[in-house]
Design a protein around this ligand. Structure first.
Ligand code: SF4
Ligand code: SF4
Ligand code: SF4
Length: 269
């Protein structure tokens, strides 16, 4: 059977929070039972845009990770409270509004922090993947957050699992925190921007920016080369923690211990 999937491209997210606002617009003041009660105006972030900063001035970048409920196939929330949360045949994980009243412990059962407590309605709530829109006769047949994203960072698909497997392979999609083993139906593209590190720097020759110089980074079982840009800059990204060596013109010029992203500054050649 076709499953509902979200694919979120981390490199396209600009932190405008349109997705967050669209979620509020859809759910604050609207009770979409039996899917969910009204979302409170404050305190809930069913679409939560996380942020990370990498590097040191001036070689820094900022990256955003839009995070709804991951609609896990092997969901810790539903394992902990089976009557209160269930997974539909199309893969959408929903909180059962008739059985989950008063079960505050649900909030702590999600390792992604995607569940929030609604004190007034006495129930836990989270992203529903806008199932009311998908099931109903609305014009919009997709989650409001995906519909509202100006950069198309959030995409929504209904696909057979085999088609999705193909897409995962073709586009190098990943899940967030795979070590949890939850098998999410939400996938990410360019996740390295959030999770991995870079080594960046600039090459100077006779005190001028050295464009077109070949720089090699080796170590940690990898070896990458690139050519410096107009400003003499280089940037090796998607690195795992470890020790690396920068090589220029066959000479080892710097050793870098990568625990987080590093700006090595200027290197004179
Ligand atoms: S609407 Fe799109 S670009 Fe804006 S924060 Fe959400 S995912 Fe990012
Ligand atoms: S992200 Fe959290 S709330 Fe959503 S299905 Fe997974 S464990 Fe449950
Ligand atoms: S899918 Fe719907 S409920 Fe989930 S975060 Fe997006 S707008 Fe909110």
């Amino acid at each position: 059977m076709k499953q509902c999937y979200m694919v979120i491209d981390v490199s396209l997210c600009h932190d405008c929070n349109n997705c967050f606002m669209a979620c509020k617009d859809e759910h604050v003041g609207n009770k979409w039972l039996p899917y969910t009660d009204e979302q409170p105006r404050h305190g809930h972030r069913w679409m939560n845009v996380h942020r990370t900063e990498r590097g040191q001035c001036p070689r820094v970048d900022v990256c955003y990770l839009p995070m709804p409920c991951q609609h896990c196939q092997d969901a810790p929330c539903s394992k902990a409270h089976p009557g209160c949360i269930s997974r539909r045949e199309d893969g959408i994980v929903t909180i059962n509004t008739s059985q989950a009243r008063g079960v505050k412990e649900l909030v702590d059962s999600c390792p992604y922090g995607a569940i929030y407590w609604n004190e007034e309605a006495n129930i836990a709530q989270k992203c529903t993947m806008c199932a009311h829109l998908l099931d109903g006769n609305e014009e919009i047949k997709m989650p409001r957050c995906a519909h509202s994203c100006p950069t198309d960072a959030i995409a929504f698909y209904t696909l057979e699992p085999e088609e999705m497997d193909q897409k995962i392979r073709n586009e190098g999609l990943e899940v967030y925190r795979p070590e949890l083993g939850t098998k999410p139906n939400v996938f990410y593209k360019n996740l390295y921007r959030f999770e991995k590190a870079f080594v960046a720097g600039g090459i100077l020759k006779n005190n001028e920016c050295a464009e077109g110089v070949e720089v090699t980074l080796k170590g940690n079982n990898v070896k990458y080369s690139q050519i410096t840009d107009y400003f003499g800059d280089f940037k090796f990204d998607a690195l795992l923690p470890g020790e690396y060596t920068i090589v220029i013109g066959g000479k080892e010029v710097r050793t870098v211990l990568v625990e987080a992203s590093v700006n090595v500054g200027s290197i004179d050649i």
